[in-house]
Design a protein. Structure first.
Length: 343
């Protein structure tokens, strides 16, 4: 079944329907979190729907901390996983699917599953897999990415909620770091999956860590396996009152620690979005990426950026982006931190 391409400005949500709905989730941590406001709004306005969320296995623990999905399904890996996942969905007899990613694979799975209504953004071959093809109008170029996700879900309000996450009580009980045992806890996340073009210089994170520990605080270094080396170097340069947890936490432990911190300094990264969604004050350092599109969504977030250039398309080793990050000094960052820390 095929349909005509629609220009989105954006469409309206139908409410009061009782059916099985699938949302195909986004694949990166930050993107997934930026989709949460729309999914929360969708769930609140269609409470009778049985809501399934399809995500990659690595992000299942993230969605387990979110209240909206009634069921969390994972995409099986590889090409054979497309068929396996489609078979699983077909057995569920889902009525309607909304595909948030722009990839062909993400749209193919609901089509193979025989889901009768399939909504997503139009684009080359994937257009053939959709029954409702959407085309975002030019207004969306200046709007936050969360609004793009809302458009796919048929939401036309500007009043989206902030992301809401709640780490499980069991995980909170297992974390040994206790906020009350420290003058203040400052989190540093020096990594970013996009590489040097999004990473504030290592020596600047070291300077922040030294200053915080000199004022009696404890610094917690966080990140993935790819961030182990930079976090180890910062730890070695600073000495005491540093807790290095890079690559030592799972998703829910990572979230639990972020929630107990007094503040976080980070790059434009998935960790930034996770900290913001947990309500922790965030000082986010941007080079030339566009905060109008990807700024953190939380009650207390500050974006530091000195470049006048804004772009979504950036290479991993952009000299312009690296220079823009260097222009932001440790004094710039620590000046913003003073309002967050109990100094």
């Amino acid at each position: 079944m095929t349909g005509s391409t629609e220009s989105v400005s954006p469409p309206h949500t139908e409410t009061g329907r009782t059916n099985k709905v699938l949302i195909v989730g986004l694949n990166w941590l930050g993107d997934a979190i930026m989709s949460m406001p729309a999914i929360q709004h969708f769930h609140a306005n269609r409470p009778a729907d049985d809501l399934y969320l399809l995500t990659k296995p690595a992000l299942k623990p993230l969605w387990q901390m979110h209240a909206a999905p009634d069921h969390i399904l994972t995409i099986s890996p590889g090409n054979s996983g497309v068929v396996e996942t489609a078979k699983e969905l077909k057995r569920l007899s889902i009525d309607e699917a909304f595909i948030l990613p722009n990839s062909f694979r993400s749209a193919l799975i609901p089509r193979l599953a025989g889901i009768p209504q399939r909504t997503g953004l139009a684009g080359q071959l994937r257009t053939l897999t959709l029954t409702r093809k959407l085309q975002l109008n030019g207004t969306y170029q200046s709007l936050h990415q969360s609004r793009e996700n809302a458009a796919v879900l048929g939401i036309d309000t500007e009043d989206l909620p902030l992301p809401t996450l709640c780490p499980p009580i069991e995980t909170r009980r297992h974390i040994q770091v206790k906020r009350s045992q420290h003058a203040f806890l400052l989190g540093l996340i020096p990594g970013a999956a996009r590489g040097p073009s999004k990473r504030w210089p290592e020596e600047n994170y070291t300077a922040i860590a030294k200053r915080a520990t000199e004022q009696g605080g404890t610094v917690i270094l966080l990140g993935t396996r790819e961030d182990e080396s930079v976090c180890s170097r910062i730890e070695a340069a600073c000495g005491g009152r540093i807790i290095n947890l890079a690559a030592k936490t799972n998703m829910q432990e990572f979230a639990t620690i972020l929630k107990m911190l007094h503040a976080v300094v980070c790059n434009d990264s998935g960790g930034m979005h996770l900290a913001a969604a947990l309500g922790t004050p965030v000082i986010a350092i941007f080079g030339i990426t566009d905060p109008a599109k990807t700024s953190p969504l939380g009650p207390s977030c500050t974006v530091l950026q000195k470049s006048t250039k804004r772009t979504r398309d950036i290479s991993r080793h952009s000299a312009e982006a690296i220079e823009a990050l260097k222009a932001i000094t440790p004094d710039d960052v620590y000046g913003k931190l003073t309002s967050c820390l109990p100094l």
